[in-house]
Ligand binder design. Structure first.
Ligand code: ZN
Length: 282
């Protein structure tokens, strides 16, 4: 199943690409709030499996918001692909990867304009994002997929000067939380709707030039491994978001380094889910 946030309302995306309004199709049993549905995710899944989805309508992708627009917690994982750890000049983490937050005010939908922070070095990081669907605390890795509502595409846009300011550990949370720095979407796709939720191609391009390409089978800590390790420490709430890390190819790791510039168009994709499109403005 694919769901989305269409102009602030929860919709199901049908196989033919139309949107069915959940509140209308369920006669009000499920409300319109795209964030609230995760509190009742299993009941929603059960209803949706038998629902009449014939009343879909077409829509413009520009009207999509984040499938998780207001999570209580955003957990983001660093150095979770070996080649990216190497290009960043760090050791590969063994027991626990670095974890930081992207503040929720930076979350947007999939198609946006993003203002480049003045004097900054703004970089790209395409990531698979997992959205939690059940309260998860001290969950075993073998069961962890059961706690995932679905997967979506994310960009962990990062201003490197702010991020690396100050003594270690530096300002990851702030450097990655300028307005518009956490686009997500276009859809939430349930794990069962993907051919292999543990092996998805992801990548991004700038003005049509491919800059990142990887596969989630190369994650050092897989989605279930992350949920097990994160939930060992703190409870994950329904609707929480986990940015799972980026593959190699970011601008900071290049020689010479490269940063996003006025007019650049960044297109990010995850196989089977869809794509994001960010246009950057000075
Ligand atoms: Zn990242």
């Amino acid at each position: 199943m694919r769901t989305a946030n269409l102009s602030g309302r929860l919709v199901i995306i049908t196989d033919d690409g139309t949107a069915v309004d959940v509140e209308q199709a369920s006669d009000g049993r499920f409300g319109p709030d795209p964030q609230g549905v995760y509190e009742r995710w299993s009941a929603f899944r059960a209803w949706a499996a038998g629902a009449d989805l014939s009343a879909g309508r077409s829509f413009a992708a520009e009207d999509l918001g984040s499938p998780a627009p207001a999570p209580r917690q955003v957990l983001a994982v660093g150095l979770n692909y070996r080649a990216h750890a190497a290009e960043s000049g760090f050791e590969v983490p063994d027991t626990l990867p670095p974890v930081f937050t992207k503040y929720a005010s930076s979350i947007t939908g999939p198609i946006t304009e993003v203002r480049l922070p003045e004097g900054g070095n703004t970089d790209w990081e395409v990531e698979l994002v997992a959205v939690i669907g059940e309260p998860a605390y001290q969950v075993g890795e073998d069961d962890a997929w059961l706690y995932v509502a679905g997967l979506t595409v994310g960009q962990d846009i990062s201003e490197r000067i702010t991020q690396l300011t100050g003594p270690a550990p530096p300002q990851f949370g702030l450097g990655k939380s300028f307005p518009g720095f956490s686009p997500m979407g276009p859809y939430l796709v349930t794990p069962d709707a993907l051919a292999d939720s543990d092996d998805l191609e992801l990548g991004c391009s700038i003005n049509g030039e491919e800059v990142q390409k990887g596969r989630t089978r190369d994650l050092i800590f897989s989605v279930p491994a992350l949920i097990a390790r994160l939930s060992a420490i703190l409870p994950l709430f329904p609707g929480d978001v986990v940015f799972t890390g980026t593959p190699a190819g970011v601008g900071m790791g290049r020689t010479p380094q490269r940063w996003l510039a006025d007019g650049d168009v960044l297109v990010s994709h995850v196989q089977g889910i869809g794509e994001l499109r960010q246009t950057f403005r000075a």
